[in-house]
Design a protein around this ligand. Structure first.
Ligand SMILES: Cc1cc2nc3c(=O)[nH]c(=O)nc-3n(C[C@H](O)[C@H](O)[C@H](O)COP(=O)(O)OP(=O)(O)OC[C@H]3O[C@@H](n4cnc5c(N)ncnc54)[C@H](O)[C@@H]3O)c2cc1C
Length: 246
């Protein structure tokens, strides 16, 4: 028997790899209640050292990047659960998302970001599944599927098999939901004090201006977080292809 969550989510992201977590950061930062349901098997765990993700000149441990993204999603206000989604169903007000541990979540928007897993979408009419040996979901250039409120992000949306591209696409899908939802939103920007307002402009929705104290406080916090994350090698063992596991 499934347990229905009492509080409906605005956005449920299925798949907490780089694409799903990046989408979640954007929706949560702009006030949409966002849940990420992830089975814990991002393909990035198989990477041996990630050398082409922007901002890491000597590369970064792939699991470390995923951990940082999870922390960033939590900081933005996302709820995150570990479970496998078994079905998505359309309802009067959006969707119901069911997991293998018997939970049922109601949600207005769904972001599917599960790389090549699509079975949980089979009860939703109008989703274009493309089979090229592996399965992908047909979307427009902003990640919209043929079903209102249902989006696909990252590799699942046929993006190139690169972490930076999939993260960027996830972010784009997050912004697309904000636009489709008619949220007051201009850009997700943090600007120095007066950047807009000292030029006679209202602060655009989605933007923040911070003064020098606010800026140095935030930088100090970011240094603390990064120091704690990058003091020691990541403790997890290197993953490889499942067929090579004993
Ligand atoms: C060996 C190897 C090395 C690589 N090296 C690089 C590299 O050096 N540079 C680079 O740019 N890219 C590299 N990649 C590719 C990169 O890892 C992927 O392109 C990227 O991770 C795709 O992101 P994604 O979010 O679309 O998918 P993923 O990161 O795979 O995330 C999908 C998530 O969905 C979850 N999921 C699936 N089904 C369900 C379900 N039913 N319910 C809930 N959750 C579900 C999974 O558990 C997973 O966490 C490498 C890949 C491999 C295999």
């Amino acid at each position: 028997m499934s347990t229905e969550s009492t509080i409906p989510q605005d956005v449920t992201v299925i798949g907490g790899g780089v694409a799903g977590l990046s989408a979640a950061v954007f929706t949560a930062r702009h006030g949409l209640d966002t849940l990420v349901v992830d089975a814990g098997e991002s393909i990035l765990q198989r990477n041996a050292h990630l050398e082409n993700f922007p901002g890491f000149p000597a590369g970064v441990n792939g699991q470390q990047l995923l951990d940082l993204l999870e922390e960033q999603a939590a900081e933005a206000g996302c709820e995150q659960v570990t479970a496998t989604v078994t079905t998505v169903e359309e309802t009067e007000n959006g969707f119901a998302v069911e997991t293998d541990d018997g939970a049922r979540y109601r949600t207005e928007y769904v972001v599917a970001a599960t790389k090549n897993t699509v079975g949980y979408l089979e009860d939703v009419d109008g989703v274009g599944v493309i089979d090229r040996g592996k399965a992908y979901v047909d979307t427009d250039e902003r990640g919209r599927t043929g079903v209102d409120g249902l989006y696909a992000a990252g590799r699942l949306a046929e993006k190139p098999h690169q972490a930076a591209v999939c993260a960027g696409h996830g972010a784009e899908v997050g912004v697309t939901i904000l636009e489709d939802d008619d949220r007051p939103f201009y850009h997700d920007w943090v600007a120095p004090e007066g950047y807009f307002t000292d030029r006679g402009r209202d602060l655009p929705p989605g933007c923040a201006e911070i003064d020098e104290t606010g800026r140095t406080d935030r930088e100090a916090r970011s240094l603390d977080v990064m120091r704690s994350r990058f003091t020691e090698p990541h403790p997890d063992e290197q993953e490889t292809h499942p067929s090579l596991r004993e």
